[in-house]
Design a protein around this ligand. Sequence first.
Ligand SMILES: [Zn+2]
Length: 220
Amino acid sequence: MRPLVLCDFDGTIITRDSCVELSSLWARGIDWEALEEEWQMGTRSTAEVARRILDSVETPLSVILDHLQTIPLRSGFPEFVAHCASAKIPLLVVSDGYEVIIRRILAAGRFDLPLYANILYQDGPRLAADFPHASPRCTRCGCCKKTILERLRHNPGPHPRPVILIGDGRSDTCAAALADTVFACGRLPQLCQEAGISYTGFSDFFDLIRHPAFSKTRSA
Ligand SMILES: [Zn+2]
């Protein structure tokens, strides 16, 4: 059975983190780095950190999007998308970041991929967020990748399909324990080691294209 691929966005598909970049450039009057650290430690949820940061931003969303769409893609991503398409391996983007930012960056590269992420929108003079993929069983994630993985693994058909998770950090840890295969960069290798989760390291998407897990000759 062909695997389903869930791929993180910030720090994975793109080389930087658009949420950190939003905070560092436009958060005003708050210690956003302390909030980011508390999120990394798991002592504050995505929704709580997002609310605090977005409340402090006075820059219009359109200006923010124009800047963030210039963050470069990780090397080999266009080739990886083409490879998965020709191998008929479903590739989905799962992110604890914001859909509107991700869509803008993917559209700039003419990528049209299924996407699960949080909602960011302009609400009068301020920015606001919604979390349609939050899970009542997870107090941490805005968009819980574990819940998405569990749902998609059994859709369609009675047999669970193998799931490959590609990611770089904290937001991937919920799903990493359930994925059949984990490809990790950034902080995720260390987080997997601490949690006893096996993983394969990678530095760019060409590494993944060459890996047997993405072979075009896997049986359908
Ligand atoms: Zn979660």
